[in-house]
Design a protein around this ligand. Structure first.
Ligand SMILES: [Fe+2]
Ligand SMILES: [Fe+2]
Length: 208
């Protein structure tokens, strides 16, 4: 069994404190990426029923593929480091699919407002984690004995930076599709509501 840097049992960290809870980070990211996959699956399901253009469906598939890559990365960490997944997995699975499906069933603009909302939240969420991990690396970098932890954190950081760039790309795709989101009141309201739901879901997944 492996232990994560920061765990009490992790040999390199017996006497060293790091200000970062990696288990919580892995748990919430795993949940978030699961939710993102489900949103795109729901959107694709509805997009086919509603005959969205082939180009839009292809884009949804491309975004889904990237979300699956993100999800698999955190799934591997969940397994390797014995991190308990969130107790709200069911909510993320069903809720994610439902939100994606319903918004896409209304029309493409609502589907893209949903994507924009979720990706905006994830972008900021990853941005905060990147700063946290960078800080953590800075604080431990002068200690030779913890080079394994350093390399773990650096690889982990690289992945989150890459994922964040993907999320920004998804956000841009949604923005390009959705020129009405800032002028239509209902679209604006839906976007705000989905942002709020995402923020609450992230908060909960960090804790449980
Ligand atoms: Fe993602
Ligand atoms: Fe994304």
């Amino acid at each position: 069994m492996k232990f994560l840097p920061g765990d009490k049992k992790y040999s390199f960290f017996n006497n060293i404190h790091i200000d970062i809870d990696l288990k919580s980070i892995i748990r919430v990211n795993h949940a978030g990426e699961m939710g993102a996959c489900q949103i795109y699956r729901g959107q694709i399901f509805a997009a086919k029923l509603k005959n969205f253009s082939e180009e839009t469906i292809d884009q949804l598939y491309e975004m889904l593929e990237q979300e699956i890559e993100h999800f698999l990365y955190f799934s591997e960490k969940i397994i390797n480091y014995k991190v308990r997944p969130t107790l709200m997995s069911c909510f993320w699975k069903i809720g994610g699919f439902f939100i994606g499906f319903i918004t896409a069933m209304i029309n493409e603009y609502y589907a893209m407002a949903c994507t924009e909302a979720v990706e905006e939240v994830i972008d900021i969420h990853y941005q905060k984690q990147i700063i946290q991990i960078q800080e953590c690396i800075k604080n431990i970098s002068d200690l030779d004995s913890i080079s394994t932890i350093n390399s773990f954190l650096k690889n982990f950081l690289k992945k989150i930076e890459q994922f964040r760039l993907n999320e920004i790309e998804h956000k841009k795709i949604a923005e390009n599709h959705n020129k009405y989101v800032n002028t239509n009141k209902l679209l604006k309201l839906i976007k705000r509501t989905i942002k709020l739901i995402s923020l609450v879901a992230i908060f909960v997944a960090k804790k449980i």
